[in-house]
Design a binder for this molecule. Structure first.
Ligand code: AMP
Length: 614
């Protein structure tokens, strides 16, 4: 198996040229014989875990070959292993899924029953995640040389964590990574040289964290060669923060003293090492921020920036126009594709257009399989797809090296941490090959209709939330005739919009407060990732209900039919994205209402007693 490059050098003798060469060679090796690597990965996972309960239960009996594995192990979703996960969460430390101790749970933004899915992980997975990160800059350096001469201004955050009843930590994968020694004690590397002090990144208070990261980014503006965040939505939120707080930030730069609102002593100390009184800089930033137009604000304030490093694939593509506006069309670079289950791959052509981004799955990360996705009239048939696969469908899964160019697949992984033939829920399309390893466009997350940040709301959740909300209309003898939804990203942060057409039978007018109650009930009914985004993270704005004129949904149908939809098969889409449809709906609004407050959210799962560890 190709040996992962090790970064074992001290600051003084770090030779990024040498390190990069090793890294690129690793990618060459791993992609040149992916079949062999994948077989070894599976063998390793199965032999280590031969005695775990899950594999015994399925009768694997110590076999480590592909054929027996595929014959005996079912392709599963989260719900299939939830009882096992619950046992681990409740403190059962016997080897249920994995022979190594489960070190913590990673809380996915994918939900089950309204709560974040819990992904088991083991200590050594941190090494695999670090490996994937270490591939990114050597790849980029091939296209944009000289990045080691400056810094990256990245807005990185931790989120709150909880403890399971059995005492394991449950937190998002990035929180786990930033808090690990792999991040905190990283060896000197010009590629992980950030403007944000670790203390700011690790500050649990999101305001203090953002404020101090922005302040340090401004102070080091001339050193910044690249800017970014994990997802596009996070980076736009940082710009919005600057729009709101630049006066305070300029004041700090003018005086050389950090605002007393920043109370975390470790953050204050770290920032004070960077912040020096600088009248000229404060005046400059003030003049730029005072201009009416914020077009190109990134390139104006950070003039040496070469690219914006953010994920703009999948639902994040909705933010491309906003990013182009603020960055004056700087390249938008999507570097990697990863999840709580497993880190998957990297983009080997980082300067390509966002619409052409493809990710090369790194064959050492996990054992990958692919379930072909069949489309009906160009629409992936997800909703009607049965949750568990029958035998024939199970046989359709193909290996990494057997995927076909242009075909779409659902990703299925077997990980070192104890997921076996697990459906991640992402749909990928084969876009090409690097050596013998396929490269994939990210197409979509199955079933998701609405997403602003990391929230993923599916049609069933939306339907249920709307059903709960319309109860408020009953006393007014009003019913919901039709509805659809839209993710409005023209506001910062973006927000969910519901278009409602009502049938009014009663004579009492419905007061605005009732519609506001409806907004809040929808929000209260949505999953915990949405509610956390609304309240704790403030990454999603208040939900809006727009009441449209009677007959609007007939017009929507007429329009869809004029575009070629079959009249017999037409169903109201529960989410609209196509701009003319959104315009049609927006042109027929009679009134609109916003959720008056944030829905309730508590860290951890509802049933755990909700202990926040921060
Ligand atoms: P989580 O488990 O919360 O870390 O979320 C992982 C999910 O985020 C993946 O399964 C994808 O649906 C999505 N995701 C991660 N990376 C990318 C990417 N580069 N482009 C599009 N979607 C992504």
């Amino acid at each position: 198996m190709p040996e992962a490059p090790k970064n074992s050098l001290k600051p003084t003798d770090y030779n990024f040229g040498e390190q990069s060469k090793k890294t690129l060679q690793f990618i060459e090796d791993a992609t040149s014989n992916p079949d062999e690597v994948q077989k070894k990965v599976l063998e390793e996972i199965l032999s280590r875990n031969a005695h775990v309960e899950y594999l015994q239960r399925h009768g694997l009996n110590g076999h480590t070959d592909c054929e027996t594995f595929k014959k005996l192990l079912p392709v599963i979703t989260y719900e299939d292993i939830q009882p096992d996960i619950n046992r681990i969460a409740n403190g059962d430390t016997s080897p249920i899924l994995c022979s190594k101790p489960i070190s913590e749970f990673l809380t996915s933004s994918g939900t089950s029953g309204g709560e974040r899915k819990l992904m088991p992980t083991i200590e050594e997975e941190l090494g695999r995640r670090s490996l994937l990160y270490s591939l990114l800059m050597p790849v980029l350096n091939q296209f944009i040389p000289g990045l080691e001469k400056g810094k990256g201004m990245y807005f990185l955050f931790i989120k709150s964590e909880a403890k399971t009843p059995g005492g394991l930590l449950a937190r998002p994968v990035l929180t786990s990574f930033y808090k690990s020694s792999h991040f905190k004690n990283r060896l000197f590397d010009p590629y992980t040289n950030y403007t944000s002090p670790d203390e700011s990144i690790l500050c649990p208070d999101s305001y203090q964290s953002m404020y101090s990261q922005m302040l340090c980014g401004l102070c080091q503006r001339n050193e910044v060669l690249r800017v970014g965040a994990v997802f596009a939505s996070g980076f736009i939120r940082a710009i919005r923060f600057l729009e709101k707080h630049w006066q305070l930030l300029c004041n700090d730069i003018r005086t050389g003293i950090i605002n007393p609102q920043i109370t975390d002593p470790s953050v204050r100390e770290a920032v004070m090492k960077i912040l020096k009184p600088d009248l000229k800089l404060a005046d400059f930033i003030e003049a730029e921020c005072n201009l009416e137009s914020w077009q190109g604000i990134i390139t104006r304030l950070w003039p040496n920036t070469k690219y914006v490093d953010v994920i703009v694939t999948g639902t994040m593509s909705q933010y491309i126009p906003t990013l182009d506006y603020y960055s004056n069309g700087l390249p938008l670079v999507c570097t990697m594709y990863a999840s709580s289950e497993c880190y998957f791959g990297v983009n080997l052509n980082p300067l390509c257009k966002p619409s052409e981004v493809s990710y090369t799955l790194i064959p050492t990360m996990a054992y990958f399989e692919f379930l072909p996705v069949h489309r009906n009239n160009g629409v992936a048939n997800f909703i009607s797809m049965p949750k568990s696969l029958n035998e024939k469908e199970q046989q359709e899964l193909v290996d990494l090296v057997d995927v076909k160019l242009g075909q779409e697949y659902e990703l299925v992984v077997t990980t070192y941490a104890g997921l076996y033939r697990y459906r991640v829920g992402d749909v990928l399309r084969v876009a090409g090959f690097k050596n013998k390893a396929p490269q994939f466009n990210f197409i979509c997350r199955k079933n998701v209709v609405l997403s602003i940040d990391s929230d993923k709301t599916d049609e069933v959740e939306l339907q249920n939330a709307v059903k709960n909300a319309v109860n408020h209309l009953v006393p007014f003898d009003a019913t919901l005739a039709e509805y659809t939804s839209y993710a409005d990203t023209t506001t910062i942060p973006g927000h969910y919009v519901l278009f409602w057409e009502l049938s009014l039978n009663g004579s009492t007018p419905i007061p605005p407060s009732i519609f506001e109650d409806c907004c809040l009930t929808v929000e209260e009914s949505l999953n915990s990732v949405y509610r956390q985004g609304r309240g704790s993270d403030k990454s999603i704005g208040p939900l809006e209900i727009k009441i449209v004129e009677p007959g609007t949904f007939d017009k929507l149908m007429d329009y869809a039919i004029s575009l070629g939809a079959s009249i017999n098969q037409y169903k109201t889409p529960r989410c609209v994205k196509y701009a003319p449809l959104v315009e049609l709906l927006n042109s027929r609004i009679m009134s609109n209402y916003f959720s008056p407050k944030c829905p309730k959210w508590i860290p951890g799962h509802k049933q755990w007693g909700n202990k926040n560890c921060n």
